[in-house]
Design a protein around this ligand. Structure first.
Ligand code: RIB
Ligand code: CA
Length: 308
């Protein structure tokens, strides 16, 4: 049984990724740490608890983590996910409560207790993960790998001309995690575009597949409308695409080991993920960049995972 720890800034696409992980029988989610990003920390914790309940399976502990980036201020992604992060649908408060204790300590304890076994999956800004590496690098390096939803490498950024949201919110944290010595798998934004877009018929199938599927579509109402305004013909589910790479690696069609780093001081390029695939910098490879996935397979597996 594979073991996961998920770090999330839970808004609507994170919610779908959490449902996938909690409903996939081949993995066990040992814990969930929450970070600010799409919404405030408080809202993200509430959304994570709601998502765990809506998965309808089991309830790993949910811990509150960083409520701001390491050094910067941030604004929230209300335009993509609504004020509450779940499209302001008025979901009732969760019965579940957050676990006591700090997310970073819990994450490190989990890695230490399962050396070389736990796959860390990050769906938001990397603040919690960077603090964990700074606080106890030896324990942090007990993680088997870290799969990061982040970066926009072969397409424009979604939060600046060259930067993707999770990275630009806390670029210093991302730069630290890319260099912390745990193997990085980078799932950039482009893998949830093109053939990975959830079209109307995909959303209709998901919405009628189960209560979890209906929630997955309903809570993404704002993201669907936002995509339409950008001229997209479907729903971009970035976190579910990264989670799908973890759960079902057979959907990966193109990947490359390379050196990756983050611009943290650019006038126009702060938050840009640089991947040195022609090896200009002659630096040791620290990451595996997922460049393309089988979009139809991603969508089919996700809908089935939410259908049981
Ligand atoms: O750029 C997309 C990422 O930013 C996703 O993780 C989304 O939830 C937001 O956190
Ligand atoms: Ca996210």
């Amino acid at each position: 049984m594979r073991k996961l720890w998920i770090d999330t800034d839970t808004a609507s696409d994170d919610a779908v990724a959490l449902l996938m992980a909690l409903r996939e029988p081949s993995v066990q989610v040992l814990g969930i740490s929450v970070v600010m990003g799409n919404v405030s920390l408080e809202r993200a914790v509430r959304n994570a608890l709601i998502s765990v309940e809506r998965a309808g399976t089991y309830a790993p502990p949910v811990y509150a983590g960083a409520n701001k980036p390491l050094y910067r201020n941030t604004d929230f992604a209300v335009v993509c996910h609504g004020v509450d992060g779940l499209s302001d649908r008025g979901y009732p408060d969760p019965a579940l409560k957050a676990a006591t204790g700090n997310a970073v300590d819990a994450m490190l304890a989990c890695a230490r207790a399962n050396p070389g076994e736990v796959e860390l999956v990050t769906l938001g800004p990397l603040t919690n993960v960077a603090v964990a590496a700074f606080k106890d690098l030896e324990s942090f390096r007990c993680f088997k790998s870290v799969t990061i939803m982040g970066g926009a490498l072969r397409m424009p950024g979604n939060w600046s001309p060259v930067s993707e949201f999770n990275i630009i919110v806390d670029p210093e944290a991302a730069e630290a995690v890319f260099h912390a010595g745990v193997p990085v798998i980078l799932a950039p934004f482009e893998i949830c575009t093109g053939e990975s877009l959830f079209l109307q018929e995909d959303r209709d199938r998901m919405a009628t597949a189960s209560e979890a599927g209906a929630f997955a579509v309903d809570c993404n109402t704002v993201l669907i409308e936002y995509g339409k305004r950008l001229g997209l013909n479907g729903l971009c589910l970035a976190d579910p695409a990264a989670m799908a790479v973890v759960l079902w690696p057979e959907i990966v069609r193109e990947q490359q080991e390379t050196y990756i780093c983050v611009e943290t001081a650019g006038k126009y390029t702060t938050g840009m993920v640089i991947y040195d695939y022609i090896d200009h910098l002659h630096r040791p490879h620290n990451g595996n960049v997922i460049q393309r996935i089988d979009g139809p397979a991603f969508k089919e597996k996700t809908i089935r995972c939410l259908s049981k």
